[in-house]
Design a protein around this ligand. Sequence first.
Ligand code: GTP
Ligand code: MG
Length: 304
Amino acid sequence: MSEPPAAKYRAGVVALLGRPNSGKSTLLNRLLGEKLAIVTAKPQTTRSRILGILTRETAQLLLLDTPGLHDSTRTFNAALNEQVDEALADCDVAVILVDAARGWEALHDSMLERLRARHTPVLVAATKSDLPLAKQAPWPPEPLLHHLADDATPLVALRISALTGAGIDTLLQALEERLPVSPPLYPKDEISDRPLRFLAAELVREAAFEELSQELPYALAVEVIEFDESRDDLIRIRANLIVTRSSQKQIVIGKGGAMIKRIGTRARKEIEKLVGNRVHLELWTTVEPKWSKRPNRRKALGYS
Ligand SMILES: Nc1nc2c(ncn2[C@@H]2O[C@H](COP(=O)(O)OP(=O)(O)OP(=O)(O)O)[C@@H](O)[C@H]2O)c(=O)[nH]1
Ligand SMILES: [Mg+2]
């Protein structure tokens, strides 16, 4: 690959913003071509900002996945929103993801206003365009039309599907064009700012989300207590599933340990794909009633 003239290379932070469950993490993975961020059918899966680094021939995109923005003011939710605020303030370009089937909401207007006040270029993407309900929804929606007509900061509205890849090339091109001219900000072979240890903990959390009943995942945190890479052919990982009540601990363990075993098998396969090596995964579970209410604890767990 021939090097582009340095004066033309672009690099910067692209924030992926939207409601919980709008498809931000799926889009991050699609853009990277690698599964970095965990994805589940349940809203509020992402708990912390995670940077995916996409190095292309002409630009480096630092893709910032964020927790879904919502209206609740409970401590933990407020902490998630704070991370979105920071991403919004720090990015060079923003993508607002809108589940077209749900439509444009007041929250999207406020995001847009704040970004425009900072003169941040914004792309608005209707997600999940492969789904019939999203396909039928009008796009761009009425409230967005007047923003589009306002040419002070030109906006772009497109339809994408992170699942099929529809619209993704157009999105990438549009993002690249809006990045500032800059040399690459990270080494070319790096794909994230997060250590493998954290990504592994996230994959355990994803497996638990998938296996456990509706309510429990929100009470659950995962901490990797050992990550041993001393052997070439095997990585040994010990992780702790933290819940808030002893009744939840029983559910996580399951009858005769069946549930925690299922979670472990599922997580191990995903971690092996990520690290490209065999993994030995040992899971434990403990009760910690207040983990989500303690800022320092949340930080130690990587959720801020
Ligand atoms: N059909 C379809 N489903 C999608 C698409 N993108 C995401 N999904 C699904 O939508 C759900 C939520 O996706 P996520 O990527 O976790 O959404 P998110 O915005 O990161 O959610 P939070 O982290 O909870 O804020 C998952 O079940 C995804 O598989 C898409 O393009 N098409
Ligand atoms: Mg997410």
